[in-house]
Design a protein around this ligand. Sequence first.
Ligand code: URA
Length: 237
Amino acid sequence: MAKEKDLKKAFDQHVQLEEFFTGFTIKGSQESGQPVNDYVIAQFAQIAAEVNACRKCQLGNMRTNPVPGEGNLNADIVFVGEGPGADEDAQGRPFVGRAGKLLDKIIAAMGLKRAEVYICNIIKCRPPGNRDPRPDEIISCLPFLKRQLELIKPKIIVTLGAPATRTLLETNKPIGQLRGKFHDFYLEDFSAPIKLMPTYHPAYLLRNYSHENRQRVWEDMKTVLAELGLEVPKDKK
Ligand code: URA
């Protein structure tokens, strides 16, 4: 009986979490219509080919498909997750599993389309059994992400979860301390820093359902929209 109650509670919480980020109108406020420079397109194709051939760490021999990233090469916002899971490994696309569905809802709640942003990870190949990426794997893979960020030069990077946040900010601080405010992320080309907003990973939200946690993510996303001068949707009653 207690088990049934727990299951019912988990189910209700999941439904509420799904509903929280649903029902906002997609306005397409950030147009992806600007032409992308041919050089950038060619460089992204080159990066994808290099990721495909990469065996700098053991993950290259273990994955089904590499997951370099996808989206708008002119994006103002780049979302950076941890690494591909089973669904992403099967499809070669980032954030297409359960956590990805929630990320899609968060993006839609922001009034944006998935195709208007760029989505990728700090590592491009799936660690077996979804374990955390190891430091040597991150070190081997990070140059790909840095090249992607240098080409897109987004206005804002949103890091999803502790591994992505700690890697890009080179810190060991807890995500709870880092999220909610902008940090400076420096590209290696010495251009002006990019604003980086850490927030909780959608998979963490799915596992640690609470009104506070989902509201925190939503506050972080509203801060991002305000910084870009985009309309900040009103909270649902
Ligand atoms: N989790 C991640 O961090 N990245 C993905 O692409 C999917 C799930």
